[in-house]
Structure formats: C-alpha cells, structure tokens
Design a protein around this ligand. Structure first.
Ligand SMILES: C[S@@+](CC[C@H](N)C(=O)[O-])C[C@H]1O[C@@H](n2cnc3c(N)ncnc32)[C@H](O)[C@@H]1O
Length: 271
C-alpha cells in the first residue's frame, strides 16, 4: 500500500483518535493576507479536522482530498458548515476550475504533494495578496525513556521508524516547507510559528492514534498485530504526548518571474 493513500482504510479511527486544530490558527493565518479571508481551499483535508476550524470561523472552504473514505467522514463531520468537497489530489486540481482563493492551506498533508508542481499549483489557486499556510507536526511520547522503548519496539517491525524523513536538508534556513517557500519569489513574508500542544492519553487511545500513522498502516497485518501486542505490554497505562504544531505562512504576490510559468509546468509524480 502506498503511504500517501493509506489513510482511508482507517478514516473513522483517524477521525476519532487524532486531535483537531486550535481556533487560534485562524487569526494567525488571516492576518497574513491583504484584505479579508472569505474563501479558502484546503489541500489533503482528510476527515476535515482543520476544515472545521476554518469553516467554523465563517470562512467558505473548498475541502479537497484524493481519498473517498476520508471525504465521506469529512462531509458528515462538517455538515452545516460552509464547506464543499472536491475529490482530488493537489496534482489533479485544475486552477482554471476555481476563482482564486483568499487562502490555501494544508494540515499534515503538504509533504504528500508532488514537489515539482506544488508551488505552481498553490500560486495559481491564490489571489494576489492572499495567504498560504501549512501546519502539522509529529505526535510523539513526551517522556524520553518511554519514547525509547517505543522506538525500539517499532524498529523491530518498521526499520525506518514511524516518521517520514523531513523533506528538507538539516541546514535549510527554515523547516519544511518554509525553506521551499523562501525560495519561491511568489511568496512574501514567510514566517515560521510554533504552537505548543500537550495531551495526556490512555495507552489504548494513544495506540489507536499510532495505528493511523502511515508507517504503521503499511505494515503487514501479522506484524502490526504483534507490534501492538508488544506496545500494549511495554507502555505505561497513561502517556503524555508532545504534539507541537509547526505553522508556516506567507503572502502570495504577483508580477514575479515565476508568474510567467504555467501552473501546469513540471512533471507528475510517479503513480
Ligand atoms: C495525515 S492526513 C491529514 C488529514 C487532515 N488534513 C488532518 O490534518 O487531519 C493526509 C491527507 O493527505 C491526503 N493526500 C495524500 N496525497 C495527497 C496529494 N497528493 N494531494 C492532496 N492530498 C493528499 C491523504 O488522502 C490524507 O487524507
């Protein structure tokens, strides 16, 4: 199973065990744009955890995701909010189908998009003076000793560990995707913010959350069951989780050299 498409099979668990996003993000992000933020497009909206945050503040959101199961849950959870859905990966969205938006954002999803085309697509979907925002972060055990036990157990089944390697080099001027934003002359005032989040969870709930992570989802069933038996025996009954969000924002400006490129330039990622 491809990691980027591993979420739909656990859409209900994803909805139940993953936390939502704080309302404070809306003000932080809206201040980045020139003029009001009334319409937004969300990339990789999943079950709508961030969709609710923005649509709940009155912003009309076009929530996009390639996964039908995730979108089914999103439509249920966002009922009554100003949300419409489009089933599409970023690479399959045609900017010509939409009026440019005041805001494009993605929560825990931008790293799944194709690096060759994502900034052209983003620039084409956002109006001059509009904002882009990307947020997310690991959900990991706060106690170093407990985290080391977990790491060893996971490594026995998933040698690459539970996290994707960061797409940016360690000496980049900002964490991903801030480094890519700094390199794009259609984006101004690139900023990196950190929003602190801590949770205390019952072990069972933490493990259900862990089972929604792509590195674990793609394990063969037998390995996954054995891993969860080990973790249930090895972790304490309650765990503290560090889930700080890293937020990157910028304002879209037009008239740059990159604006003359086609939004469709670049190649598709391998299927
Ligand atoms: C970790 S989930 C995040 C879901 C939601 N934004 C949240 O924060 O709860 C990643 C989502 O990205 C979607 N995705 C994967 N590849 C994508 C792509 N190329 N373009 C847009 N979304 C993609 C997946 O279907 C999945 O719903």
């Amino acid at each position: 199973m491809e990691r980027a498409r591993s979420f739909g099979a656990v859409a209900e668990d994803y909805e139940r065990y993953r936390p939502g996003y704080p309302e404070s993000l809306v003000a932080l992000v809206s201040e980045v744009a020139d003029g009001p933020v009334r319409r937004a497009i969300e990339i990789g909206a999943g079950t709508g955890k961030a969709t609710r945050t923005f649509a709940g503040a009155g912003i009309e959101v076009v929530a996009t995701d390639p996964d039908a199961e995730m979108l089914t849950v999103l439509r249920r959870e966002c009922a009554g909010l100003p949300v419409t859905t489009v089933r599409a990966a970023l690479e399959d969205l045609d900017p010509a189908d939409h009026q440019p938006f005041d805001l494009l954002y993605a929560a825990a999803a931008w790293h799944w998009t194709a690096p060759e085309t994502r900034w052209d697509r983003a620039a084409a979907l956002v109006r001059d003076g509009g904002a882009v925002a990307f947020f997310g972060g690991p959900f990991e055990l706060a106690d170093d000793e407990v985290a080391a036990v977990e790491k060893e157990m996971i490594a026995a089944y998933a040698p690459e560990g539970r996290h994707l390697p960061p797409p940016s080099p360690p000496d980049a001027p900002m964490l991903f995707p801030g480094d890519e934003m700094l390199a794009d002359d259609r984006l101004r005032d690139v900023r990196q913010w950190e929003v602190r989040r801590r949770f205390v969870l019952a072990r069972e709930d933490y493990l259900r959350h862990l089972d929604t992570i792509s590195a674990i989802r793609i394990l063969p069933d037998a390995g996954r069951s054995a891993l969860f038996a080990d973790l249930a025996a090895g972790l304490p009954e309650q765990v503290e989780v560090r889930a700080d969000l890293m937020l990157h924002t910028a304002r879209r400006v037009s008239g740059s050299a990159s604006d003359s490129q086609s939004p469709h330039s670049g190649s598709r990622p391998p299927a």
